[in-house]
Design a protein around this ligand. Structure first.
Ligand code: T46
Length: 133
């Protein structure tokens, strides 16, 4: 499976403006149990620096732009999120780091589980060890 996978949501907008739809188990490949969004992030204060053991997520930059480094322990790829209807899949066991947030950036994330700190691997060496077992 490719490290970087995108989900393109339909834009049902018209002359009144854009309208983008995400539907659980349809264009989002899981049941959505949680949504969170990040805004007011600083360009020089990167975030993330973890992988999830089980959690599946899709991230949309619904305003502005930011970059995300994706790392599956073998391969690293940096991607730009800058389209409100183009979501980046963040699968389990992918180390990710968000950086270079534009001032107006709003990053919206859909997740298939409730928040659980035990699902986080926040130490890169632990991540590498688990990934190569
Ligand atoms: C991810 C990337 C893309 C909660 O209590 N509930 C929540 O649902 C979330 C997401 C966070 N928190 C708490 C945990 C920390 O005390 O909020 C605080 C900030 O979270 P964190 O430092 O993990 O934020 P980021 O931006 O580094 O990572 C977040 C998500 O946590 C993470 O799952 O994949 O965005």
């Amino acid at each position: 499976m490719s490290l970087v996978e995108w989900i393109q949501l339909p834009n049902l907008g018209d002359h009144r403006g854009a309208l983008v739809v995400a539907e659980a188990d349809k264009n989002i490949p899981f049941e959505i149990k949680r949504l969170y969004y990040i805004f007011g992030a600083q360009p020089d204060l990167p975030r993330g620096f973890h992988a999830h053991k089980e959690l599946q997520q899709v991230a949309f930059c619904i305003q502005g732009n930011c970059k995300m480094l994706m790392d599956n322990g073998i391969k690293k790829e940096e991607v730009l999120l800058n389209q409100s209807n183009k979501g980046l899949k963040i699968p389990p066991m992918v180390w990710h780091e968000m950086h270079d947030f534009s001032q107006d950036c709003i990053l919206l994330v859909l997740a298939n589980e409730h928040y659980d700190e035990f699902d986080y691997i926040r130490n890169y060496e632990d991540f590498k060890m688990r990934g190569t077992k």
